[in-house]
Design a binder for this molecule. Sequence first.
Ligand SMILES: [Zn+2]
Length: 69
Amino acid sequence: MAEPNHTPPTQEDTAPTVPRAFGYCAWHQGHAEGVRLIDVIDQGSGSGITHFACGPCIAVNNLVPFADR
Ligand SMILES: [Zn+2]
C-alpha cells in the first residue's frame, strides 16, 4: 500500500508581505493605509511623540522611515 509521500503546499492566500498599517498621517493630517513610523520625539519624561506618514507623503517629502535609519 503506497501512500503519497509528498504533501502539497498549503494554498494560502498569497497576500503581499508588505505590512499595511492603518493610522494617522501627521503630514496630510488624515488617516491613511500603509503608514510608516517616521519620527519619535523623546520628551524625556512621559511618552514620546510619534509621527507617522503615509506612502505618498513619504515620497513627496523625502521622508526616511524610522526603521530604515
Ligand atoms: Zn499622508
